[in-house]
Write a protein that binds this ligand. Structure first.
Ligand code: SAM
Length: 340
C-alpha cells in the first residue's frame, strides 16, 4: 500500500503550506509521486490529529486554527479557547465565521439567530409587533445587533451551514412564530426538514392577542441520520429563563435536548449565534466539542466567563437551577423519571 501526503491533507483538512513546512522541518522524504513511507505517514497523522493544536500562521492578516485536526481560517484567533481546547469562541459575523470553517467539518448545528424580520416586515394592526430595536450600543439599547434576515442573507447563512455540516448530520434552528412564517420556506429549499418542534416555555409571556408561551425549533438534516432516541416528543416543556442576564438567554436544556437527539461523544457542535453561551454549556454537558461565534462584545465576554466558570466549578453561574418542566417525558429524559 502506498501512503500519500494528499491523503493526510484530505483526511485532516490541512493547508498545503502548513504540511509542507512540517515535512521540511522533520526531514521527511517525499517521492516524486507524492508518496511517503508508512512511518512518515503515521508521524504526520499523529502530529496533525493531536487532540487540539493551534497553528498561528499569520499570513495575509489571517490566522489558521486547528481543532482536532480541523483547519479553521479566521480573521483573528479565537476570542476564547478553553484550557482543554475543546471549546472555542470567535467574535465575528455568523456568515463570515462559517465561511472560515472547512467543508464537512461540523457534526451538529444548534442555533438561535437574532432575527430582524419581525421589525422590518410584519405589522399587526397599525403598529409593529414589537418596538423598533435601537442600534446595539446606542443609548438605551437593550438588545443586541440583529442579523439581517433578508431572503438573500438568510439563504447565504443556510448554504454555509449546509457546506460546513458533515453528511448525515442534523441542524436545529430556533424561530419565533413571525420569523417562521417568512423564513421556513428558505430552510426547506436548503435542508431536508424533518420536524417542527415546539418549545413550551410553561409560563405565559407577552403578546398583543394570545399571549406567547412557545417558540419553534426547525429540525432538519443533511443526508440521512436517525435520531439517537425514539422517546423524545415534539413538544418540549422547559421553563423560560427569568431575570436573564443576557437578553434572550435560552435554557441550556433546550440545547441539551437537541444534542440528546443528534450528538455523540466528541462531536463538534456549532452555534454561530452564541448569545449567552447556553449552547456551549449544553455541548460540554453532552461531552461534545464546541465552536461558537457572536458578533457582539457583550456576548463573547459573557460566554467566556460562563464557560470558564462552568469548566472549573461544574456549576452554571447564569442558570443556577434546572428548568425542566413538569412533564413525564421531560423528567424521564433529564432526571431518569425522578422528581426534582
Ligand atoms: C437570540 S440571541 C442568541 C441567544 C442564545 N441562544 C442564548 O441562549 O443566550 C442572538 C445572538 O445573535 C447575535 N448576532 C446578531 N447578529 C449577528 C451576526 N450577524 N453574526 C453573529 N451573531 C450575531 C446577537 O449578538 C445575539 O447574541
Amino acid at each position: 500500500m502506498s501512503y500519500r501526503i494528499q491523503d493526510v491533507r484530505n483526511t485532516l483538512s490541512i493547508v498545503t503550506e502548513d504540511i509542507e513546512n512540517y515535512i521540511k522541518s522533520q526531514k521527511i522524504k517525499v517521492g516524486k509521486d507524492g508518496t511517503i513511507s508508512k512511518k512518515s505517514y503515521q508521524i504526520l497523522i499523529d502530529f496533525y490529529s493531536q487532540e487540539v493544536s493551534t497553528i498561528n500562521s499569520r499570513k495575509n492578516g489571517k490566522s489558521s486554527y486547528v481543532l482536532n485536526g480541523l483547519k479553521i481560517d479566521v480573521k483573528s484567533k479565537p476570542f476564547y479557547e478553553s484550557e482543554d481546547h475543546r471549546v472555542s469562541i470567535f467574535q465575528d459575523d455568523a456568515i463570515n465565521f462559517l465561511k472560515g470553517l472547512p467543508t464537512n467539518s461540523v457534526d451538529v448545528i444548534i442555533t438561535d439567530p437574532a432575527y430582524s424580520g419581525m421589525n422590518q416586515k410584519l405589522k399587526l394592526g397599525s403598529g409593529k409587533i414589537i418596538g423598533v430595536y435601537k442600534k446595539a450600543g446606542e443609548n438605551g439599547a437593550k438588545w443586541f445587533e440583529e442579523f439581517h434576515d433578508t431572503e438573500e442573507n438568510y439563504k447565504a447563512f443556510l448554504e454555509e451551514c449546509l457546506r460546513v455540516l458533515k453528511n448525515n448530520r442534523h441542524i436545529y434552528i430556533m424561530f419565533d412564530s413571525y420569523s417562521l412564517l417568512t423564513l421556513a420556506p428558505i430552510v426547506r429549499d436548503v435542508f431536508e426538514v424533518k420536524n417542527l418542534l415546539c418549545w413550551d416555555k410553561v409560563n405565559i409571556g407577552l403578546g398583543h392577542y394570545f399571549r406567547r408561551r412557545h417558540e419553534f425549533i426547525m429540525f432538519a438534516s443533511k443526508g440521512r441520520r436517525p435520531l439517537n432516541s425514539k422517546s423524545i416528543p415534539d413538544v418540549w416543556k422547559i421553563k423560560r429563563v427569568t431575570s436573564a442576564q443576557y437578553p434572550t438567554q435560552k435554557p441550556t436544556e433546550v440545547f441539551e435536548l437537541m444534542l440528546k437527539g443528534s450528538a455523540e461523544k466528541d462531536f463538534v457542535v456549532c452555534d454561530p449565534f452564541l448569545g449567552s453561551g447556553s449552547a456551549a454549556i449544553a455541548a460540554i454537558n453532552s461531552s461534545c466539542m464546541f465552536l461558537g461565534c457572536d458578533i457582539s462584545d457583550k456576548s463573547v465576554s459573557f460566554s467566556k466567563e460562563r464557560i470558564n466558570h462552568f469548566l472549573k466549578h461544574k456549576t452554571d453561574p447564569f442558570q443556577k437551577l434546572s428548568l425542566v418542566g413538569d412533564d413525564e417525558s421531560m423528567t424521564k429524559l433529564f432526571l431518569n423519571g425522578k422528581s426534582k
